[in-house]
Design a binder for this molecule. Structure first.
Ligand code: IPE
Ligand code: IPE
Ligand code: MG
Length: 249
């Protein structure tokens, strides 16, 4: 459940209570348009977006968010031109090397959701090392969704359950929402309270379909590379005013 935290309201210069989501998801979208507007290659937008990712991750950790899930690369993003995919792979590598070397004293737990077996052996090694290096930390959990697709994830969980039923380990009646959730990449983590999508697109693009059954969505017009901590504050403020009923009254 979300909890209360006090945040200084710069405009009013006084403290105010807002409900902070425990788990935030971000669809980091709009890098390509940001670059196009400037006459730059799309890869320049991804480089700028990676910087925003660093800033926003740090900020979420500082204000006490418990789980942050960022959508970095979807199962559909392989369709993009090879040079763009290559540029993204280089940025992932750069970030992971940095996370391993510079962030040694960090409190952030870094996890990966998605089918990481599709990445190069070098990237897979960095993914394993980053996960291992950070797993015993006590700070915010950062889920990086890479080669993530929610339909793919749901199929993975379904196949695993089907084979357990087939082998007689469990029966059909044992299949509950809890069992199903435990077969997803996000097993053991709370569902996102808030998903933010910058760049003004009103769609979910295969992100956390099962997990977002009762998630609040905030769509913002800013392109991801232009997204600031003030924009995150704005999203948090909108979220704190939502009346979440979960089907009740
Ligand atoms: C999001 O920005 C980054 C990834 C999908 C990897 P886009 O590259 O989708 O940017 P737009 O939507 O084309 O502007
Ligand atoms: C969603 O953005 C995936 C990521 C941000 C990683 P896309 O740009 O791929 O989504 P669509 O194609 O606009 O739906
Ligand atoms: Mg996009």
């Amino acid at each position: 459940m979300p909890f209360l935290f006090t945040r200084r309201n710069k405009a009013k210069g006084k403290g105010e209570n807002i409900v902070l989501p425990q788990h935030i998801g971000i669809i980091m979208d709009g890098n390509g348009r940001w670059a196009k507007k400037r006459g730059l290659p799309r890869s320049a937008g991804h480089t700028a977006g990676a910087q925003t990712f660093r800033t926003i991750t740090r900020y979420c950790s500082d204000i006490g968010v418990k789980y942050l899930t960022v959508y970095a690369f979807s199962t559909e993003n392989w369709k993009r031109p090879k040079e763009e995919v290559d540029a993204l792979m280089r940025l992932f590598k750069q970030y992971l090397v940095e996370a391993l070397t510079d962030f040694k004293d960090d409190s952030i737990v870094v996890r990966f959701i998605g089918d990481t077996t599709a990445f190069s052996p070098e990237l897979q090694k960095l993914i394993r090392e980053t996960t291992e290096e950070s797993k015993d930390r006590d700070g915010m959990v950062l889920n990086i969704a890479m080669n993530y697709g929610s339909r793919d994830e749901i199929l993975m969980a379904t196949k695993s359950i089907a084979s357990r039923v087939q082998s007689g380990e469990i029966s059909v009646d044992d299949i509950t929402e809890e069992l199903f959730s435990s077969g997803l990449y996000t097993a053991g983590q709370p569902d996102p309270d808030l998903v933010i999508r910058p760049s003004g697109e009103y769609r979910i693009s295969n992100f956390l379909l099962w997990q977002s059954a009762y998630t609040e969505f905030v769509i913002m017009d800013k392109l991801w590379p232009d997204f600031t901590t003030e924009d995150l504050d704005k999203a948090l403020e909108l979220f704190s005013k939502r009346n979440r009923r979960f089907g009740g009254v």
